[in-house]
Ligand binder design. Structure first.
Ligand SMILES: Nc1nc2c([nH]c(=O)n2[C@H]2C[C@H](O)[C@@H](COP(=O)(O)OP(=O)(O)OP(=O)(O)O)O2)c(=O)[nH]1
Length: 132
């Protein structure tokens, strides 16, 4: 099986809201709301990939100690199989900006049900409702 490992973060603010970003037009799954993150490169740990993606996509800095494993999703993706590793992060430096997406917004976990998200993300919503 050809696995695609992707790491993503639920950034949680002091009001218990979670950041989601909208995938930009030129990407697969364009327009869907997702958790910031991306593919784990062969030479990276999931945590380092996520730290890099948060820097590239949002312009924020965090560290491995601030990434708490929250859960995962397992979903067919074309001829590959996606393993999406979700971390909760409550501590970072900087103010998130939409550097690589069509927009960002902060929502309560219960509000995620009403957003168009990739299929892999759906089972993670209940998890965040319980955790955040
Ligand atoms: N970052 C992120 N990716 C997700 C989520 N849910 C989900 O199915 N994915 C999928 C979409 C992509 O296939 C892959 C993430 O890769 P990526 O975002 O680095 O991919 P990409 O746009 O550069 O490339 P592509 O998918 O357009 O080929 O994981 C999510 O919540 N966050």
């Amino acid at each position: 099986m050809d696995f695609l490992f992707v790491t993503a973060a639920a950034l949680v603010d002091r009001d218990g809201r979670v950041l989601v970003q909208q995938r930009s037009r030129h990407r697969s799954m364009a327009g869907l709301w997702e958790f910031p993150g991306g593919k784990v490169e062969p030479d990276e740990t999931p945590e380092h990939a996520l730290i890099r993606e948060l820097r590239e996509e949002l312009g924020i800095e965090t560290e491995a100690a601030c990434l708490a494993p929250a859960g995962f999703a397992s979903e067919a993706l074309g001829d590959r199989h996606l393993i999406l590793l979700l971390y909760v992060c409550r501590k970072w430096k900087g103010i998130p900006a939409a550097l690589d997406s069509d927009g960002i917004k902060w929502v309560r976990p219960v509000e995620l049900h009403a957003l168009d998200m990739p299929p892999a993300d759906k089972p993670l919503i209940g998890l965040l409702e319980a955790l955040v």
